[in-house]
Design a protein around this ligand. Structure first.
Ligand code: FES
Length: 105
């Protein structure tokens, strides 16, 4: 078990419990001010876009392929912080991870 710290689109703060293997996308869909995740995690919509704080971004797999292509097409792309939450699986090393949900496109 671990926790993530999320700032939603309205500026609200949330602490969410996670288990290893959980997709970051799932709990973010449940939040008011959360994500839409229109494609259901198939890496084809970019409505699950988040900005990961830099100290945590370094702990993630590098962004590449379809994820990078989709992110680069968003209006608010940040090269060092943008990720698709559906492509991140929680693991113990991410306990305490902090991020902000990107604005709606
Ligand atoms: S939910 Fe569609 S790209 Fe992540």
């Amino acid at each position: 078990m671990g926790k993530i710290h999320v700032t939603d689109r309205d500026g609200g703060q949330h602490e969410i419990e996670m288990s290893p293997g959980d997709s970051l996308m799932e709990p973010l869909r449940e939040l008011d001010g959360g994500i839409e995740a229109l494609c259901g995690g198939m890496c084809s919509c970019a409505t699950c876009h988040i900005f990961v704080a830099r100290e945590w971004a370094d702990k993630l797999e590098p962004v590449e392929g379809d994820e990078l292509e989709l992110l680069e097409e968003t209006e608010c792309f940040r090269p060092d912080e943008s990720r698709l939450s559906c492509q991140i699986v929680f693991r113990d090393e991410l306990d305490g991870m902090t991020f902000t949900i990107a604005p709606e496109e």
